[in-house]
Design a protein around this ligand. Structure first.
Ligand code: KG4
Ligand code: ZN
Length: 345
């Protein structure tokens, strides 16, 4: 099949979103289709890997077709296929990779493998329509809390991550403790509106050490003990009134945001890059955005937060594949997925 136009088909299925996008060589997103599985996982309070893989199998081809249709493109227009191969749920990643390999083989076009976290950072480049690197990169989502040294559009060095829960995961778990809805981020943010962020003094783990690392399990446990009472204590927990829920939500959110902003500040001071690029679902949090804006303004650093449609999981961000394709960084058809987060460089 000969290529009519130089387009890239990008596929993402690392967690619970089945996504496909068409990106032109001048880095314009011609379509960006995301089939969310939130309704399938909601009642479990988190993503169930087996359910996710099966849903990807059902949805992948319709999503790819929808992406082609929305872009006014056909498979013959593709100059390559980009697919997210790491990190993520193994079964979910495999559905995307198998689809991408099949298409690359049938169309006889190159296959490029994209790292999901690097793609989250690349989303800032796509959204801005200009080069945004070098920059400090921060991916803050339900699965990750990662700081990066983004030296160029293809050089992303992982500086540090969380030693336990991701920030979004902490939002989700604390929301469950407070009886709020899933996903927890938006429901905690909404409850926090009428709460006092100083009502409870929750821990800000690692805020004052100079390592690029995070930990949210102590904070989560502190909220649990506040709500249910401390084990072994004779003091019963106070009833969970709507005001108490709001105060705990606001105090929890303030603690998370303090740590996230503090660690970004450290990385900026350490690396001296002129920009901070932020991606991932938690970047939708308005307190986080306000505090990051204040901090970067004070340092004369530009803040770029990917817009909502590129912030949560999507395939357009795998337009990063163009950078790899143009540099000849293609992968063979026997490539496997890499489910775990690995330091590649
Ligand atoms: O990037 P994402 O859509 O999926 C992955 O985890 O890869 O991020 C989802 C996470 C969830 O944990 C959700 O609770 C969190 O982002 N989130 C928020 C907000 N909106 C979504 N966290 C805090 N505040 C928000 N407004
Ligand atoms: Zn993600």
């Amino acid at each position: 099949m000969t290529s009519q136009r130089a387009l890239l088909l990008a596929i993402e299925s690392s967690c619970d979103e089945t996504a496909a996008a068409v990106v032109s060589q001048d880095r314009r997103v011609l379509s960006n289709i995301v089939a969310s599985q939130t309704e399938l996982h909601e009642r479990f309070g988190g993503v169930v890997p087996e359910i996710a893989s099966r849903a990807h199998v059902e949805r992948m081809l319709p999503v790819v077709q929808a992406a082609l249709d929305a872009a006014g493109a056909t498979l013959a227009d593709m100059a390559g296929i980009a697919v997210v191969t790491e990190p993520g749920l193994v079964g979910s990643l495999l559905v995307g990779l198998t689809t991408a390999k099949t298409l690359a083989m049938v169309l006889d076009v190159p296959l490029v493998a994209v790292n999901h976290l690097e793609a989250h950072l690349y989303a800032c480049r796509l959204a801005e329509g200009r080069d945004v690197f070098p920059a400090v990169g921060f991916v803050v989502s339900g699965g990750h809390t990662n700081l990066y040294d983004c030296r160029s559009v293809v050089e992303y060095e992982l500086l540090g991550t969380t030693i336990d829960d991701a920030a979004g995961e902490a939002f989700d778990k604390v929301a469950a403790i407070l009886g709020l809805g899933y996903p927890g981020g938006p429901s905690i943010a909404a409850a926090a509106h009428t709460g006092d962020p100083r009502a409870y003094s929750f821990p800000r783990t690692f805020l004052h050490d100079d390592q690029p690392r995070f930990s949210f399990s102590g904070l989560k446990t502190a909220v649990l003990y506040e709500v249910r009472g401390t084990p072994g204590s004779h003091r019963p927990a106070a009833p969970l009134t709507p005001q108490r829920v709001a105060d705990i939500a606001a105090s929890f959110q303030a603690a998370v945001v303090d740590v996230l902003v503090g660690k970004c500040r450290q990385a900026i001071d350490h690396l001296g890059h002129p920009r901070l690029c932020v991606g991932g679902g938690v970047a939708a949090n308005s307190l986080l955005r306000t505090e990051l804006q204040k901090m970067t303004n004070n340092r004369g650093v530009e803040l770029i937060v990917a817009p909502p449609e590129y912030c949560t999981d999507n395939a357009a961000m795998a337009g990063l594949g163009w950078e790899l394709l143009e540099r000849g960084q293609t992968v063979p058809l026997d490539l496997d997925v890499v489910p775990g987060l690995v330091r590649r460089r």
